[in-house]
Design a binder for this molecule. Structure first.
Ligand code: P6P
Length: 340
């Protein structure tokens, strides 16, 4: 009898990983696999446009302002519509919400309602599109809380601790799909020759400490006194505590957080005099990234409490974010509480 050698991990595709994860958990219905598979398909379609953006006239600005006041870029709009269309007919979602749309995105009447809720930032870091800097998509999945019918704001405005899955896609030097459904954080890299996401970063764990801080220091004068004291502390020479830290800031949230996840350290967007709650959006930026980083052994805070414990009150609400290595988030909270 021929003995087939065991499959090396390089054949661990995203689809196989998700379906094996479903089988490992009794009661899983396979709906989850379908949602994540559709998301990965949408991501490939967005990637195709991102990679050729420099070649066709897809760069530049549209004149439509989105709810967050950013100038919407044509790729932003393409990504938003592509994700919605990939997800609106599977029968697994009862409602969606996106950074680019002020109101909830309902499932078309001709399609069945499902038991999950999807929130997404279709193309984060879009201000970097024209400079060919890494950008990304972020997604967050909840189970609905209402019994049936079209999803409502009650289904959407849940604390991040109730997410059943979250993840992001990186459109950079290579394309990555990083997700967590409660059993570890796993990264997949697209092999464009076969169009498959292959497992490249199994069970990502963030170091407990780091020596990189990631923030827009251009806002220094607008920060509160505790944040300034914290950053000044990171810059002081002290070999015993590994200072000074290095500053790395791409200005693309997904890229900055992905580096923090792999290398350790801290990413933060604190309140400032222009943005009293910071710039980042709780529901489709802070929550999914906090879920990922906590699942990898790190921490995420609004400066005073756990991000995932925040009860949201509005779809596009902003919240300060301090996220990364457990010890680094603990340190900044000591400064912000006045204990240092
Ligand atoms: P600033 C992009 O819209 C974004 O939300 C994040 O991707 C990025 O980290 C941040 O804004 C950059 O903001 O104020 O530092 O330019």
């Amino acid at each position: 009898m021929t003995t087939i050698p065991p499959s090396p991990s390089k054949f661990m595709t995203l689809e196989r990983h998700i379906s094996e994860g479903e089988r490992a958990h009794p009661g899983a219905t396979g709906e989850f696999s379908a949602i994540l598979h559709s998301l990965s398909l949408a991501a490939k379609l967005v990637w195709r446009e991102v990679t050729k953006a420099g070649l066709v006239n897809i760069l530049g600005k549209t004149d439509r302002m989105n709810i967050s006041g950013d100038i919407v870029k044509k790729l932003d709009e393409f990504a938003d519509i592509t994700i919605y269309r990939a997800m609106d007919h599977g029968g697994h979602l009862c409602v969606m919400a996106s950074e680019e749309n002020e109101d909830l995105l309902q499932i078309p009447e001709e399609h069945p309602q499902g038991k999950y809720v999807l929130l997404y930032d279709p193309l984060d870091g879009s201000s970097n599109i024209d400079a060919n800097v890494t950008i990304g998509s972020i997604f967050s999945i909840f189970r609905r809380v209402t019994a049936s019918g079209a999803g409502t704001m009650e289904d959407v405005l849940q604390p991040g601790s109730r997410q059943v899955a979250a993840g992001y896609v990186l459109y950079g030097s290579s394309m990555m799909f990083v997700y967590c459904s409660g059993h570890g954080v796993h990264g997949f890299t697209l092999d464009p020759t076969v169009g498959e996401f292959l497992l490249s970063h199994e069970n990502i764990r963030i170091p407990d400490r780091g020596s990189i801080y990631s923030v827009n220091e251009g806002n220094y004068r607008r920060w509160g006194e505790q944040v300034r004291r914290y950053v000044d502390y990171l810059k002081e020479e002290d070999r015993a505590t590994g200072r000074p830290y290095s500053l790395r800031y791409i200005g693309s949230l997904v890229a900055d957080v992905h580096r923090t996840l792999l290398y350790g350290g801290i990413y933060f967007y604190p309140p400032d005099s222009r943005n009293p709650n910071g710039k980042l959006r709780l529901m489709y930026e802070n929550n999914p990234l906090a879920f990922i980083v906590e699942s990898a052994g790190g921490a995420a805070s609004d400066g005073h409490g756990r991000t995932l414990d925040i009860q949201p009150t509005a779809l596009h609400e902003r919240s300060p974010l301090f996220l990364g290595s457990r010890e680094e988030v603990k340190l900044v909270e000591e400064f912000l509480s006045g204990r240092r």
